[in-house]
Design a protein. Structure first.
Length: 454
């Protein structure tokens, strides 16, 4: 048995799905963050339970050939990147393995179904969205930046390499402004001030949306801040204030008002123009989203006569990118602003063969089935928790020829694929797509078809 604070030598032989290194010591398996496969490290034991333990690197005895010098000063404490110390090739291999592990262990599928990962062209500066928590430290000074790993402590940091340079400039300017006006910042006592900065940019136009998330509708903001931002950054086309009075870890509240400019951002994706409201989901890595949607479209294999259902459609992007290849498109999404965007996006792009429904995906699918809608292809793109068993059941009953599953969580994907394969569907192919370089997250797109249909 190993004791807390004991120093042990570990040979790192694998990575967990969160990107931590795994090393064995006798009967025990230790998890060691910030290591790479092939490292031999001296590590301090932090905690042990039964057969597993957690340890921290004290020294690298032999460095893995996959190691690179991390090029961010906070990469080991920040909750964002976990792979900044290994080469991008090694990262992609780890992410593909994460998908293989999930679909073989949880999904009971053949790992050979998992094709090569589609790497991201940009591995820095790719994020078109930043959520920056803002608060006061113990001395009452403004702090803003990113959450520390596994915590809700704000790590003061004004630069992130995953963000485009303009975000970092805006964040620094806002910090300089708030440093002298801490009373504008939210505290559990005032319940009013700034909780988050939320920035979005449209890669193709360069337009930026600046959003303040405040604790109360009585927060008026500061026109001096807005004026200086507008003057310095002509690309800021929209300034909005979102109000979130709740004490949950959801960042945005239900109420948003526009202080300046348009209430949405406009970007182009797959050759179409999309308006995106602050509340609506939009893929954070735009150019990689085009590759993801391209693969989804290939898997949908539409010939022009089909009825296509796009469940969890957000602002309509996936379905609309396929609408030229099908007869009729039905999109379903739970956020009202996103479905409004989807309707307008269809109209603005001259796409008329559509119907968009604002509802829970499971409920809407059940209703569509009762209406007698017979989709040929269903695309699903749920949040991390995946699909409900009821929705899978409804999809199976509607019996589309193909189901294309776009997933941001291999574990829930694998759980859902197992249910499909037990219910008359076969998984034909799985392609991992790296939408989020340097982080532990990986996307995957899957083609399934009905067992009696090839
Ligand atoms: N396909 C879109 C959005 C994917 S993100 C795109 O590529 O941009 C997942 C979407 O599911 C989000 O827009 C979220 O608001 C929506 N959503 C979450 N829970 C839902 C539910 N129960 N029913 C329908 N949509 C839901």
């Amino acid at each position: 048995m190993y004791r807390k604070n004991e120093i042990i030598e570990l040979n790192i032989t694998a990575l967990t799905s969160d990107g931590d290194g795994v090393g064995r010591a006798g009967e025990m398996v230790f998890f060691v963050p910030n290591t790479a496969v092939g490292d031999i490290v001296r590590a301090k034991v932090l905690k042990t339970k039964k057969n597993v333990g957690f340890a921290r690197v004290e020294a690298i005895v032999t460095a893995s050939p996959y190691r690179v010098e991390p090029d961010c000063p906070v990469s080991f404490s920040c909750g964002g990147c976990v792979y900044r110390h290994i080469s991008y090739e090694a990262e992609c291999a780890a992410k593909r393995q994460k998908v293989i592990d999930a679909v073989t262990r949880i999904g009971k599928l053949d790992g050979a179904l998992v094709k090569d990962i589609i790497p991201s062209e940009n591995i820095d500066g790719y994020r078109n969205k930043a959520m920056i928590p803002v608060g006061l430290n113990r001395d009452g000074e403004a702090v803003m930046g990113y959450y520390a790993r596994h915590s809700h402590r704000i790590m003061h940091c004004l630069r992130c390499q995953l963000s485009p340079p303009v975000f970092n400039e805006i964040i620094s300017d806002v910090y300089t402004f708030l440093k002298h006006r801490p009373s504008l910042i939210y505290t559990p006592q005032n319940r009013r001030g700034i909780r988050h900065l939320y920035l979005r940019c449209a890669e193709t136009t360069g337009d930026v949306m600046f959003c303040i998330v405040a604790g109360s509708r009585h927060f008026d903001g500061d026109t001096a801040l807005y004026d200086s931002l507008k003057e310095k950054y002509p690309q800021i086309k929209s300034i909005v204030v979102n109000v979130n009075a709740e004490d949950t870890n959801v960042i945005l509240g239900r109420y948003t008002h526009t202080v300046y400019g348009k209430p949405y951002l406009t970007d182009t994706l797959c050759g179409l123009r999309f308006d995106i409201a602050p509340e609506a989901f939009y893929q954070v890595n735009r150019s990689q989203a085009e590759r993801l949607y391209g693969k989804a479209k290939e898997y949908a294999a539409l010939r022009g006569k089909e009825t296509l259902i796009d469940l969890y459609c957000g602002a309509g992007t996936i379905g609309l990118s396929m609408a030229d290849s099908c007869k009729h498109l039905i999109g379903v999404e739970i956020i009202p602003e996103a479905i409004e965007n989807a309707k307008r996006n269809a109209e603005r792009n001259g796409i008329h063969n559509t119907r968009f429904i604002c509802a829970d995906a499971s409920q809407a699918a059940a209703t569509l089935r009762k209406e007698g809608v017979r989709p040929d292809v269903i695309v699903v793109d749920p949040p991390r928790k995946g699909l409900t068993p009821e929705l899978i059941d409804t999809i199976v009953q509607m019996a589309p020829k193909r189901v294309v599953y776009v997933s941001c969580d291999p574990a829930t994907l694998a759980r859902d694929l197992k249910l499909f394969t037990e219910n008359n569907y076969s998984v034909r192919e799985i392609t991992p797509v790296d939408m989020f370089p340097r982080t532990s997250h990986v996307e995957a797109v899957v083609m399934m078809s009905r067992k009696d249909f090839n």
